[in-house]
Design a protein around this ligand. Structure first.
Ligand code: FES
Length: 184
């Protein structure tokens, strides 16, 4: 995984970018329980995080309130999960396909409008975009911002400005219960 090295003027430094990467413990498939606790990832993936990078994970979304975001680790990749507000959903749905570099409707990117689930790795050169820390969206389109070279993603995780060629990818996942998803 590439470092979130800042080169853009006024961009956050590497430490800030990494502090933005918040991990949530998740239960494994078949295990009881769900999301356990949150902790900041200050430096790099530690052994505990590695053990969570399993082929399939289940995530209990019950505690994630509207306007909150969490990051879980799936196959050693950060997966951003955001409980979107009504305004964020409406903004995402109102975008015209012709305005998109990588045309995808918002409905094609979600299973339920309020839940956005996507791999949090910039499609340019692999940095981790900002927009998860403190549940504060970043960038000019109210979603995520990659300071490495200035890519802006919207409230559906679609690339709207900057060098990234593709939208943030949606991983395979399903709702196995009302508020529990299985990724992978
Ligand atoms: S890695 Fe270059 S803009 Fe994200």
């Amino acid at each position: 995984m590439a470092d979130a090295t800042s080169t853009a003027p006024g961009a956050p430094d590497e430490g800030e970018s990494r502090r933005d990467f918040l991990l949530i413990a998740t239960s494994t498939v078949g295990a009881t329980g769900a999301a356990l606790a949150a902790w900041p990832l200050i430096d790099q993936m530690n052994p505990s995080a590695d053990t969570l990078a399993l082929s399939s994970i289940e995530v209990d979304l019950s505690a994630v309130k509207e306007g909150q975001s969490i990051t879980v680790v799936w196959r050693k990749k950060p997966v951003f999960i955001r409980h979107r507000s009504k305004a964020e959903i409406e903004t995402a749905q109102a975008v015209k396909l012709e305005d998109l570099a990588d045309p995808e409707t918002d409905k094609d990117r979600v299973k339920k409008p309020e839940w956005l689930v996507m791999v949090g790795i910039c499609t340019h050169l692999g940095c981790i975009p900002l927009g998860q820390k403190d549940n504060q969206p970043k960038g000019e389109f109210g979603g995520w911002f990659c300071p490495c070279h200035g890519s802006h993603y919207d409230t559906s995780g679609r690339i709207r400005k900057g060098p990234a060629p593709k939208n943030l990818p949606v991983p395979p996942y399903n709702f196995v219960k009302n508020n529990i998803i299985k990724i992978g």
